[in-house]
Ligand binder design. Structure first.
Ligand SMILES: CC(C)(COP(=O)(O)OP(=O)(O)OC[C@H]1O[C@@H](n2cnc3c(N)ncnc32)[C@H](O)[C@@H]1OP(=O)(O)O)[C@@H](O)C(=O)NCCC(=O)NCCS
Length: 160
């Protein structure tokens, strides 16, 4: 059985997370960990936490839980979190790990952010694999969408 779990990103994870890039057909859909770490450092509000996806003890992926203002572009719910910048190291993609990790997010959020009752995210219209994945783990597409720098995005939500 694959042992996937989530934890707050620590400095020691950087080596693995900075070590991968994404293929050309995926690079427009999300920010790489390196870009994301840089943006998080530049932010003054400190309202976003990087989360590492571990396979046993090896960091194989990453996402951000963001409780800053940006989520309010997707929902009016103040008790929500924006899930962003998800990526899985291409060497580990297509093995079901992304799906397991996304299923673990709900309990991780309930434990660490007890007031949060909804997760929201944006996914590019052309990113069919990610869109399908989110629907499979319970996100709802109510038809909300927005035009974004890299194209149109579906706005998805999940009550937890
Ligand atoms: C999206 C991503 C995180 C999925 O991770 P993953 O570990 O490869 O996904 P899984 O193996 O768990 O697959 C889960 C589901 O995703 C979909 N999926 C994954 N890879 C796919 C592919 N190459 N083609 C079509 N669907 C795919 C399938 O619906 C799959 O469900 P199934 O196993 O029941 O068929 C990964 O492909 C990735 O890092 N992509 C680049 C960054 C990105 O697009 N992030 C999302 C930004 S919103």
């Amino acid at each position: 059985m694959s042992n996937i779990h989530l934890k707050y990103t620590e400095k020691q994870d950087y080596i693995s997370l900075l070590n991968y890039t994404l293929p050309e057909d995926q690079i427009n859909f999300t920010a790489l960990p390196e870009q994301t770490f840089q943006r998080l450092e530049e932010r003054t509000d400190n309202h976003a936490k990087p989360i590492t996806i571990l396979l046993d003890d090896e960091p194989i992926g990453f996402f951000v839980l963001d409780y800053g203002e940006d989520k309010l572009d997707l929902t009016k719910n103040e008790n929500s979190l924006l899930l962003r910048s998800l990526s899985i190291n291409p060497a580990f993609q297509g093995k079901g790990f992304g799906k397991i990790a996304m299923n673990l997010v709900d309990d991780f959020v309930k434990e660490n952010f007890p007031t949060i009752n909804e997760l929201v995210l944006a996914v590019n219209f052309l990113n069919k694999s990610a869109y399908d994945l989110y629907l499979k783990v319970g996100y709802i597409d109510d038809g909300s969408q927005r035009e974004w720098i890299n194209g149109m995005q579906h706005l998805l939500r999940k009550k937890i």
